[in-house]
Every structure is written in C-alpha cells, then in structure tokens.
Design a protein around this ligand. Structure first.
Ligand code: BEZ
Length: 245
C-alpha cells in the first residue's frame, strides 16, 4: 500500500514537472489571445494589453538596459513613435531589468543625439520584469541563449488582443523598425480589405486576391472587370493598389 502511494506520488510529481516546464516556455501562437499581466513601468502600473484598449499593440522585448544594440533599438523606436501613433499602435517595451534601471536608462537615452537627428522623448512604457514572469508568458526567455535575459521579441497584437505576428531575433542583431512598421501596415491592409500581401509588399503596392471573385463567363461578359485585376501565372491574381478603398 505504502509502495503504491509512493509510486503514485512520484508519477504526479514527474507529470507536474514535465507539464509545468512545458507551460513555462510556451510561446503564444499566431491567432491566440495575448497573455495579460499587470506590471510596473516607467509610466506607472500597466495592465497589458487591456490598458491599451482597442488599439493595435506591440510588445517589444530586449535583453538588457544600457547595452549598445538595445540603445540603438530604443532610439529608433522612439524616433518612429509618431508613425506608430498614426497607425493606431501603442508600444510597450519589456526587459528583466529593474524599474530603477529603466528610469535611469530612459533619462540617458533622451539625452542622446543619435544620427544627428536631435534628441527624442520616449513616450512609451518600459516594463519591469525582474523575475522574468511576463517574459516567460510570451516565450521571450530562450534558455539556450539565457535563463535570465529576454531575446529580442516582437509581438504585434490586434485591437481584439489577438497575437497577429511573432518575431524573435538574437541578442547580436538589432531589429529593423521599418520592417515592424511594414508588418503593421500589411496586417492592417489584410484586415481592411480581405486581400493578402505578396512577398516584399510595401504600402501602396498591389495585393493578392486569395479567391478571384468572378467566374470566367462573368469576365467574358464584362471584360472591364479585368481592369482592376491581373494574373501572374495561372493561379495568382493581383488587385491593383489604386483600386483599393
Ligand atoms: C546589446 O544590446 O548590445 C546586447 C545585449 C545583450 C547581449 C548582447 C548585446
């Protein structure tokens, strides 16, 4: 009886360890609800993503305050924050540093004249995650790289708090702010029009028609339909950008 009890207890422990670990490192996938958390930030207490309401949101992780690559990333993000605002996107930056470090780093960044563009104010919150709790909820701790520091993660989250894109970059490589903006524009275009965006799409380019909405006989009866569309090969239809609303 005693033996059976210990075997059962061991099985429960092992199962708990296996599944406990699995959940700890799960990355919220595209289409999943963005995990929510409450944390301290340079803008005060923040409940993410709920406090950003019906905006698009970006959660942007980085490994460490006061480091060179992270410094350039934050300055580039701050430099483009007006563009994000125009796109209806709210930004939040997270790392496993303390709030006191975030505050010092923010003040330091705001004094830098990077690329001779003048100084910039940082109008988005830097979130404290000293225990890496929220970072783990977003799968931003990649243990082969570091057990305590975030990799460079970008989660684009839509107004309904659904994860729409996930990108991870290593510590050594700084991200392209322009690519993040392009991603937001592409996502917003697909949501607005129901069309898709082809490889290397940029704002103003033609879009892909996932299902051509006209039958062959309809096009034959009204060839002007084709003025708004064109075909590449026999499977890919494009819609001309200038005909989008
Ligand atoms: C950096 O931002 O420069 C950096 C941060 C952590 C590890 C390596 C580089």
């Amino acid at each position: 009886m005693k033996r059976m009890f210990f075997t059962l207890a061991l099985a429960v422990l092992v199962t708990g360890l296996v599944y406990g670990n699995k959940n700890e490192y799960e990355i919220p996938l595209i289409g999943a609800k963005a995990p929510s958390f409450s944390a301290k930030s340079t803008d005060g207490k923040l409940k993410f993503p709920n406090d950003f309401g019906k905006s698009w949101k970006i959660l942007f992780s980085h490994p460490r305050d006061f480091t060179p690559v992270c410094t350039t990333e934050l300055l580039e993000l701050a430099y483009k924050q007006g563009e994000f605002e125009k796109l209806g996107v709210k930004l939040a930056v997270i790392s496993t540093d303390l709030l006191s470090q975030h505050e010092m780093w923010k003040a330091h960044l705001e004094e830098i004249n990077y690329k001779d563009r003048g100084t910039v104010e940082i109008n988005f919150p830097l979130i404290e995650d000293n225990e890496a709790i929220y970072s783990r909820m977003y799968g931003m701790i990649h243990e082969p790289t570091s057990t305590t520091r975030d990799v460079r993660g970008v989660f684009i989250i839509d107004p309904d708090n659904i994860v729409r894109t996930i990108n991870f970059y290593p510590m050594e490589v700084g991200r392209s702010t322009d690519e993040i903006i392009r991603l937001v524009q592409a996502l917003q275009t697909t949501v607005k029009t129901d069309y898709f965006t082809p490889a290397n799409w940029e704002k103003g380019n033609d879009v892909i028609v996932p299902h051509f909405p006209y039958k062959k006989h309809e096009v034959e009866a009204d060839p002007s339909i084709k003025d708004n569309f064109y075909q590449v090969g026999n499977r890919v239809w494009f819609k001309k950008a200038e005909t989008l609303e």
